[in-house]
Every structure is written in C-alpha cells, then in structure tokens.
Design a protein around this ligand. Structure first.
Ligand SMILES: *Cc1c(COP(=O)(O)O)cnc(C)c1O
Length: 349
C-alpha cells in the first residue's frame, strides 16, 4: 500500500479551518498597520516589541534551507523540538484509540506527549547494543499504529542506529516515521533530511539546542514533505516563535562555521573523556558515542552521582532507566570542566 497522508491523519483535522491572523491576510508592506490590535504607540520597555512576528518565520527558514539543503516550504519551526513532537501526535493519533511505537531506552518526550494526549505507547526495546530489533518493530505495527519515533543518535545511549534498519521501517510502515536527529551535528552518519523525496512518510527533527548552543532560544526544526509540513502549520499556534527569537536564530545561522568549530572541539574532548573514563574507578564500560555525551556503565551509579554532586558537578543518573542499569550520562564539557570531573571521579573509591 502506498503512503496516503489523508488516510492516517485524524479525519477531523482535515476539516479544521486554521486561525487566520492579520499577518496571514496581509503580508506585503505598508505604512500604517491598524489590522492587528497592536499598540501603535510602541512598547513599555526600551526594546521595540509592539508588532506581531512573521507566523511562518520565512527569513529564518530561507537561511536554514540554504544550510540544510531542504526547500523552505518543507521546514517547520517550533518552540523547541517538543512542539513538533506534540503536534505530530495530536494531528495523527486519536486519543484512546491510536498508538505510537517508541524504542526504549530513548528520549522521554515521545512518551510524555503520548500520555498527555491519551495515546497508547507500544514499546519495542533496542537490543543490548542499543540497535533496533527491526523484525520486532515491524511485527509490533498494527492498524492503529500511527507514528514510530526513532532517535538517532539516540539519547541516552549516544550511538547512531543502523541506517538499514531505519530504511526497512520507512519502507514497511504506512504511518509516519519520525527520526529525531537532535545530535546529528556530532554524528559520523549523514542526516535523513537529504532523503525526504524518497520517503513520503518521513519526518526529521533537529534542534538549535545542542550543536548550535542555543538551548535558551527554544527553536526546533522539523523537515518533511510539503503535505506534512502544511498540516503542522495549519494546527500550530499562529505566532509560535517570537520575533526576538527569530532574529536571534537568523543571526546565529550566519555563524555556521563557529558551530562547526565548536563541534570539532567537542568531538576531540569526547575522545579524551572516553579514554580517561575507561580507566576511572567504578567504570565498567563507556558506550560508543556519536553525540556530545557519554553513557557510562558503573558499579555504583548512585554513589558516584552523589560523590560528584558533593563536589558541585552534576551528571545525569540514568540508572533507573530501562536498559541503562548502573549508568550515568555525562555531557562533554569544556576542557576545564572535563578535567574537574575526572579529578573528582578519580578520587572515588
Ligand atoms: C535535547 C533533545 C532534543 C531537543 O529538544 P529541544 O526542545 O529542541 O530543546 C530533542 N530530542 C532529543 C533526543 C534530545 O536529546
């Protein structure tokens, strides 16, 4: 069966007429704007913020289109990646009826968004190398499965999952396959953004929060077919990205070389940190990483975590997470931060 968006979207969503903002109805330029009930006198602060922003963020998307080699009409911008995750679940999954598949251990927001929307969660765990059990995923698909979330590189394990497994799932499933590439800039694998034409059911998520160093801005990106992106635009809150945020993102996009330079440094630091942690007390294994963090299996996660906290160093205790028993997740820091971490870790007995 070929992919048919109209068959998998919630039927009433097709009929929703989107909110039409003043800026949707007139988007040219004029001298007097009395169409949006803004305050024409100005803003209460020194900073000028009295006008509504571009609801579709075209300037930012044009710049992203150049950098990512994806047409601007196939880009959606959200308030972090969490917004597209939620919009996709709301557009495709009928509460109390439909389900998503996720592959634990993985990023927590797929489950949270599904639960908030009363959507069932079908868990198909990754194997002991944190790779996809492809046959099990395909066997888990049934009539009410609407979305499969795949995180690659995966959080919290850090590795990229097999491209072949992802391709098999994309070809075997008539619903949406969402590939969360939050850490793609640190990865040795190519992005799936260059394969949108091949897979009409593919959605790729990326973010400004990691490699770009802009977590404070809250901007996430989704890349997909024109049809899927139009649907997401139709149901999003009209002005979901503030004007100041759009300006800051646009400005940052002019410094792609700076992002690349930081990524290189982070990758070098990651390799140093791997070797050092492999010899550190209580460490059983440092898992292979294609991201800016390391999953470290230890003999006593709780003890190490607390010892580090008492020295003012915070890592993430993932030891209660399925498949991550005994594990801490450590973000690669600056050389000074990593040295401090190692100095304290090496004192633990
Ligand atoms: C950090 C992260 C994100 C990014 O979330 P934002 O809301 O864009 O900050 C998305 N997915 C995964 C797997 C992450 O680890």
């Amino acid at each position: 069966m070929p992919f048919d968006l109209e068959k998998i979207v919630r039927p009433h969503i097709l009929k929703v007429k989107p909110y039409s903002s003043a800026r949707d109805e007139f988007s040219g330029s004029a001298e007097v704007y009395l169409d949006a009930n803004e305050n024409a006198f100005g803003s209460s602060s020194q900073e000028i913020n009295n006008r509504y922003p571009d609801p579709l963020q075209w300037q930012v998307k044009e710049k992203i289109a150049q950098i990512k080699h994806v047409p601007k009409e196939q880009i959606f911008l959200g308030n972090g990646s969490d917004e597209p995750i939620d919009l996709i679940i709301r557009a495709f999954c009928t509460p109390g009826k439909d389900e998503i598949i996720q592959l634990p251990p993985t990023y927590g927001m797929y489950q949270v968004s599904a639960e908030i929307n009363d959507v069932f969660i079908n868990n198909v765990p990754l194997d002991e190398h944190f790779q996809i059990q492809t046959d099990k995923v395909i066997n888990a698909i049934h009539a009410n499965t609407k979305v499969i979330f795949i995180c690659s590189p995966n959080n919290p394990s850090g590795n990229s999952v097999s491209v072949q497994s992802i391709e098999t799932i994309l070809r075997s499933f008539n619903g949406l396959v969402v590939i969360d590439e939050a850490y793609i800039d640190f990865s040795s694998q190519p992005s799936f953004t260059q394969r949108l034409a091949e897979f009409p059911n593919l959605v790729v998520l990326q973010t400004f929060s990691k490699a770009w160093g802009l977590a404070n801005l809250r901007v996430g990106m989704a890349f997909a077919s024109l049809e899927i992106i139009s649907l997401m635009n139709k149901i999003k809150p009209p002005y979901n990205i503030g004007g100041k945020t759009q300006e800051a993102a646009l400005f940052a996009l002019g410094f792609a070389h700076q992002t690349e330079a930081m990524v290189q440094e982070i990758l070098e630091e990651r390799e140093k940190l791997i070797s050092a942690l492999e010899g550190a007390p209580g460490v059983i294994q440092v898992y292979p990483s294609d991201s800016n963090f390391l999953l470290v299996k230890t003999t006593n996660a709780h003890g190490i975590y607390n010892a580090l906290v008492s020295k003012g160093i915070i890592v993430r205790d993932r030891s209660k997470v399925y498949g991550c028993e005994g594990c801490l997740r450590v973000t690669v820091g600056t050389p000074e931060e990593n040295e401090r971490l190692l100095k304290e870790w090496n004192k633990i007995s």
